[in-house]
Design a binder for this molecule. Sequence first.
Ligand code: ADP
Ligand code: G3P
Length: 596
Amino acid sequence: MAATSSKSSGGSGGKRRLVGAIDQGTTSTRFIVFDDEGAIVSVDQMEHEQITTTDGFVEHDAETIWKNTCTVIEGALRKEGISGDDIEAIGITNQRETVLIWDRVSGKPLYNAIVWMDSRGAPNCDAVAAKVGGVDGLRERTGLPLAPYFSASKLAWLLEHVEGVRAAVESGEAMAGTIDTWLVWKLTGGTDGGIHVTDVTNASRTLLMDLKTLAWDEELCRMFGLPAEAAGSLGTLPRICSSSEVYGHVATGALRGVAIAGILGDQQAALFGQACFREGQVKSTYGTGCFMLQNTGGTPVRSSHKLLTTVAYQLTGPGGERQPPVYALEGSVAQAGSVVQWLRDKMRLIEHASETEEAAASVADSGGLFLVPAFSGLLAPHWDATARGVLVGITAAASREHVIRAALESVCFQSAELLDCMERDSGLDPGATREGARGEVRVDGGMSANKLLLQMQADLFGCAVVRPQVIETTALGAAYAAGLAVGVWSGVEDLERQWGVGARVQPHSDKAQRAERMARWGRAVERSKGWTSEEARAARGVLAATRQAVQQAAGAVVEAAHARPAAVVGGVGLGIALALSAGALAAGIAIGRAWR
Ligand SMILES: Nc1ncnc2c1ncn2[C@@H]1O[C@H](COP(=O)(O)OP(=O)(O)O)[C@@H](O)[C@H]1O
Ligand SMILES: O=P(O)(O)OC[C@H](O)CO
């Protein structure tokens, strides 16, 4: 198919106008070409390795991500015979919070990118929390709790643990950024004049940006060990831009010369691609994790239920002037599609993700099983980095199908908790402002292909769940942001008209049933909480017992020295040494586990 063929559009004289989007997600990278009606013209996709360690660390190789980005761009263009010249602009959307530092001279990353779900920064967060009055001490300024999910503590970890990083930051040789920043820098030439920018939505996930001024906050930088100059114009941190403007042009490869004109963190991009432009509208994306965002308009709503306040998007006006930002409330769940991957790769209960639907539908319910997939802790609304997964309610009748159903339900229960909190915080009914569509949640992401999941979700939400015609909403949102900046679309009203219902699923549950099920889920969640801190406590117990044993043994040595020959004293000394090492080893293992 030729890129500029016959299909009519509202664009320029019947010729389709094309916009591209790089969607750099946690598990894969896609390049999608859209036409000016928001329809997909071509797609290419590549997965990348999840570099995991037994410490629970999760990293990505930033060079691989860059190479994959180039490959999928070329792949998508080739598949449909599209020339780079046919693309008017590209947008970038990315896994958020994931952060890396690279050398501005060599262009090489100084360490792998540390992925959003990696909680190695927990001790750094605790240290800052102790200074600012607890985990919510920075909420007013940043909209976020002090959690290792956000980029700041990951940067602090890099500064502390990776040789050369602190020196590079202090000498100005280091550049830092989230994945959008890395890709824009590489696309615009890298060491040969690459530009160092990010957008407000990504910056709002770092714990380093002031939510009202939309600028880096020097005091926050210092708290996480970054020199204040890091926020300066030639500093380590990128310049914060709006979500829709021409940042620069591609300097290399198949898209050489094309404007990079949109950047949005992937969940904000999905909100944008779902055309949730009105206050109250909610979207929920079911990818590796699950993220629910509600548009709260020009007001940053403070959550009383531990949700995040974040920037939804910021557009620019016709003269390039920045418009006021639009804010969102967000609930983030770390494990959603990843639970299905776990069923497939670790439990080996399925071979393909899609099998979950048939297996779960073959049983009437989960047989009383509740799976809480707190693999690396719990995010909203619990924020417990010490929680770990549990499967409760097991009886002799529990089967593979029950476990699979409980796994799908776990995603729906977590999302239902978020919607509950959101409505109470904002007082806004999801979808209330859209005529004829009261109370709906717009859904997307890989898992939304699962119809049973959608039904279970509608039943737990107690409102309709709507999947749009184009489910690649994340990439579409980035394409929209870029297309708005170069005039492919004239305003969000154009985009609102393009959004269409693909599937609408109505709830079949009443309030009492929902309340009863949510209460049981709540009990299961309580059982998962604090698991590693219990281990840490146990480890402290081992240490105390060891100390006591050593003190007693040392007392015995002193007594023996008075009464016995040297050989006996030597034997008791050896005993102390053995007691010490065994105790230290046991305590070390337990503490190690507790930090995971
Ligand atoms: N039919 C399905 N049922 C349940 N889960 C699914 C189904 N299809 C895909 N998934 C899950 O969806 C996830 C992929 O969704 P995607 O939106 O591509 O994720 P991401 O953007 O985070 O990379 C995977 O974790 C996969 O296990
Ligand atoms: O890559 P996804 O789609 O799982 O999204 C990751 C989120 O942006 C993390 O905050």
